[in-house]
Design a protein. Structure first.
Length: 428
């Protein structure tokens, strides 16, 4: 029975490793020793793991002498014992919105030093079409001394996990698979069929599988950019965007997207990977990049709108205080990767507003490390603000009494349009 090593034990890698561990021996590899210790103790700070299955996997590994089950590790010696390697490291963008393949290249270099004849490396990280075979494979060959499609093989199966979603989970979302040879494609497809209840879709080649992932999120990004642009237009018209969308949504074929901040590790990142490849091939992707520009402008629009409302209420902007409720990129989820709430925070500061951030779901240390921002783990009793911005629709905020944090003539801006309209001055 082949052993699987899942490289990266975060939001994507951990649920994948846990599901496979119910059927096969799985090594959850992560370079963070603290994370490894936490997982071997049956705990998960991301809240994405099924803790019952995690602990079952840990127990199975002990009972079966690791013929089945889960074990987390940061040991390269243990990593060498696997025959199938699944890479789930992050693929972010840099400050110039160019793909940052550093984690992927480092993972490939590491695997190049441990893979053996007959091993398979499957990539799940989001990339542009061609990246697996053109960028990763040469590194695997260089450090292993092995020949691609003779000594070792690769596959690509894009991750489709939605952080915080407890309904559409790993096993209930159809999985796209691919391999570097027809035989390997079949083997990889059958491997995923052991855990994916929704079934699999075997793509004709790796580039098709890579492209399918890139356009999934590019499509959502473009659709959201359309309604965000509508919000910018209707603000000038003087009507509520959500009222317009509700009316238009009565037609059977109207796509019900809502305006908002577009953050996270996928939708606001993946379009740049597709655009990067297009530019390399001499084509400028107008629609994709124009959508990105619209979505990237929303943070500044929100900040300026809040300031205008404050001026309208005769609130002095200079020296004023604002409270932003929520910093994670989506509701009821601790994931703060690439959150655009931070941009609203900084834009308000540029207007001279003193801003506090509060989020009961976010990890205080992680926000400090990623954005150098100190957030309030708890709201201070009696503290009241000139402006309150509801940025994330956490359950805690939906039932919150805003009078405890706002002054008599404070501005309340509801980015998510999740509160009763009588309680807010404006919403996106």
């Amino acid at each position: 029975m082949k052993k699987i090593a899942v490289i990266g034990q975060g939001y994507v890698g951990l649920p994948l490793a846990i599901e496979f561990s119910q059927h096969l021996p799985v090594l959850g590899f992560d370079i963070n020793e603290e994370r490894v210790e936490e997982l071997n103790g049956g705990k998960d700070r991301t809240l994405e793991a099924d803790l019952e299955k995690l602990n079952k996997g840990i127990q199975l590994a002990k009972e079966t002498n690791f013929d089945k089950g889960y074990k987390a590790s940061c040991s390269l010696d243990e990593l060498k014992t696997a025959q199938i390697y699944i890479v789930t490291v992050p693929t972010p963008i840099d400050r110039y919105n160019a793909p940052d393949l550093t984690p992927l290249m480092k993972a490939s270099e590491m695997l190049g030093k441990v893979i053996k004849k007959g091993d398979i490396v499957i990539y799940e990280s989001t990339v542009y079409p061609g990246c697996t075979e053109e960028d990763c494979v040469p590194i695997l060959e260089k450090y292993s001394g092995l020949t691609f499609n003779n000594d070792f093989f690769v596959g690509y199966s894009p991750e489709r996990i939605v952080p915080g979603d407890k309904i559409n989970t790993l096993t209930t979302i159809k999985k796209v698979t691919s391999g570097s040879t027809p035989e390997i494609a079949d083997e990889i497809d059958q491997l995923y069929q052991t855990i994916i209840k929704a079934g699999t879709h075997k793509a004709p080649n790796i580039k098709v599988a890579e492209a399918s992932k890139a356009i999934e999120n590019a499509q959502r990004d473009v659709n959201i950019s359309f309604v965000n642009e509508l919000a910018l237009i209707f603000d000038r018209v003087g009507i509520d965007t959500n009222d317009v969308l509700e009316a238009a949504g009565t037609k059977f074929n109207f796509l019900k997207y809502k305006p908002g901040l577009v953050g996270g590790h996928c939708i606001s990142v993946d379009p740049y990977y597709l655009a990067h490849k297009a530019v390399q091939l001499g084509y400028h992707p107008n629609v994709i990049l124009s959508g990105r520009r619209v979505n990237d402008s929303v943070s500044e629009f929100i900040a300026s709108k809040v300031v205008k409302l404050m001026i309208k209420k005769d609130i002095s902007v200079s020296g004023s205080r604002a409270l932003i409720l929520g910093v994670t990129f989506k509701e009821n989820c601790p994931d703060v990767r690439n959150t655009k709430v931070v941009e609203v925070y900084r834009a308000l500061q540029e207007y001279g507003v003193s801003v506090d951030l509060h989020d009961p779901w976010a990890d205080v240390e992680e926000v400090k490390h990623e954005y150098n921002i100190d957030i309030l783990p708890k709201l201070k009793s009696g503290e009241k603000y000139d402006a309150v911005i509801v940025a994330v629709s956490h359950d805690e905020f939906l039932t919150m009494d805003l009078t405890t944090v706002k002054k008599e003539k404070s501005v309340v801006f509801d980015i998510k349009a999740c509160l009763d309209r009588s309680l807010v001055d404006a919403r996106l």
